[in-house]
Write a protein that binds this ligand. Structure first.
Ligand code: ATP
Ligand code: MN
Length: 462
């Protein structure tokens, strides 16, 4: 007999037919005559109830069916007599694939703390919460490709190992095959990379943007979606050392087009989740954040506020509040400021534009005022910055001047500068942190709980 997934079983009426299901035992209860097994196979948050008459089965088999064990069950799908489920399986045979010792199985009991589950990240997939989170994460990845494909954007794979460190100075992970115990130094004391794999210093990428721009300036509209790495020592609930980023890059888009795209994109993803991940979202709404569905609908149905950095600073100053970090024109905004604007002042997502050039990257298009650049950050409730982007500087001289001014290694950026020499074009793009999106969509509060295997300072166990 062919195996049916539990999701299919519960959504189509196959009542009366013989079925075969395989999965992991969530709970077993009953008495000496009959046992009820809640079985889950990961296809859905819902379990199927398996009913087994103890007389028909080996006593030891029934004993071995404990929480966490893996079994295959065949039997007849019937309407349930009990409460809580429409259908159940009357087991005619049960095969035990894998026992799960009740004494030592870490998830024997329910209600573990998130911290405990992080320490047991190899098993946490088996909880309802993490099952829901990772099914939603999958759906969001799928929806992202769907969205861009429908709009005619091309998925461009940018490199993970990069030879340029223009963007990530000081925050990058080195990539090397050199023997760390026998490093060779040059006369001036600096490391000699001649003998290294690439014959030069290389790092893990912090962003695919610069390479993405090269693609956009020919293919028109592209996006990258891949892992990025930052060796920043930010031990916050919103930072990972390895995270995934979606970076669309579009020729002929100005800052307004860029904002329109960002808003439409995020709303598409939220709508997709509401339409396709309903049961998982309802579960998370019940168990994790009882405002979740309300928040998702609210963001979907309201326009994002768009104001300049300068206006934001005025608003923050006018509150007269005591902040942990000072507010002042020219200073970067911290999460507390971003969240005040979003959660208390405007009470909806905010896009801040035209930041001071000093606190933003070299490639952002400089405004006429000589002080600000055409940057945009999208700020979300509970998260702060979810997207960072800008219109890019397309003028060769201005870009070069900025690179020189910021003392960036021009020799490493010759290929980037070439695009401004040969057929430059106005263009824009942004980066959406995938895990920050998943935080928002799932209502989870720590970024370590929305990526299967989080990498953070001093933590790379699994
Ligand atoms: P933040 O100020 O929050 O550290 P950033 O200004 O460094 O963010 P960008 O370099 O603009 O962020 O990156 C684009 C997006 O990538 C951010 O808007 C955010 O969603 C995400 N992001 C940035 N750093 C991290 C990180 N360490 N872990 C997870 N996501 C991140
Ligand atoms: Mn950062």
């Amino acid at each position: 007999m062919k195996r049916t997934k539990i999701k299919a079983l519960l959504s189509t009426s196959q009542v009366g037919s013989e079925v075969l299901v395989k999965g992991w035992v969530r709970t077993k209860r009953g008495n000496k005559n009959v046992v009820f097994i809640a079985l889950n196979d990961g296809s859905t948050i819902n379990n199927i109830q398996v009913v087994a008459d103890t007389v028909s089965f080996d006593e030891n088999l029934i004993k071995d069916i404990t929480t966490g064990a893996c079994i295959a069950v065949s039997g007849k799908l019937v309407e349930s007599q009990g409460q809580g489920q429409k259908v159940e399986i009357n087991a005619s045979s049960i095969e035990l694939y894998g026992k799960s010792d009740a004494e030592t199985y870490p998830l024997q009991k329910k209600g573990h703390s998130m911290e405990f589950l992080r320490e047991n990240a190899h098993l946490r997939f088996r909880t309802n919460t993490f099952g829901a989170v990772f099914r939603i994460r999958h759906s969001m990845a799928f929806a992202i490709h769907n969205y861009f494909n429908d709009k005619g954007f091309f998925y461009l794979h940018t490199p993970i190992i990069t030879g340029s460190d223009a963007e990530g100075a000081g925050e990058m992970f080195h990539v090397t095959t050199m023997d760390l115990n026998k490093l060779v130094h040059k006369e001036d004391g600096s490391l000699d990379f001649n003998g290294d794999f690439f014959g030069k210093e290389t790092n893990l990428t912090v962003s695919g943007q610069l390479e993405g721009e090269l693609g956009a300036l020919s293919l028109g509209e592209i996006y990258t979606f891949g892992p990025t790495f930052r060796a920043e020592n930010s031990n916050t609930p919103r930072h990972l050392a390895e995270f995934w980023m979606i970076e669309p890059e579009m020729s002929f888009y100005d800052l307004n087009d860029n904002m329109d795209l960002a808003e439409e994109f995020v709303k598409y993803l939220i709508k997709y989740a509401l339409e396709n991940c309903r049961e998982d979202l309802e579960f998370l709404n019940n168990m994790i954040d009882n405002k979740l569905l309300e928040k998702l609908n609210f963001v979907l149905n309201n326009e994002f506020v768009r104001i300049t950095y300068t206006e934001a600073v005025s608003i923050l100053t006018a509150t007269g509040k005591k902040w942990d970090y000072m507010v002042g024109w020219g200073r970067d905004l911290q999460a507390e400021h971003e969240r005040y604007l979003v959660e208390e002042h405007f009470k909806r997502p905010v896009i801040l534009t035209d930041y001071p050039r000093e606190i933003k990257a070299f490639y952002m298009k400089q405004n006429e005022d000589g002080k600000t650049v055409r940057a945009m950050d999208v700020l979300f409730p509970g998260i702060g910055e979810i997207i960072g982007g800008s219109q890019r500087e397309e003028n060769y001289e201005k870009l070069l001047a900025r690179i020189t001014e910021m003392k960036l290694p021009q020799k490493d950026l010759w290929w980037y500068l070439d695009t401004r020499k040969f057929g430059t074009a106005p263009h824009s793009g942004f980066g959406l942190g995938f895990e920050r999106l998943i935080l928002f969509v799932t209502g989870m509060s720590n970024i370590r709980d929305v990526i299967p295997f989080p990498r953070t300072p001093k933590n790379a166990e699994f």
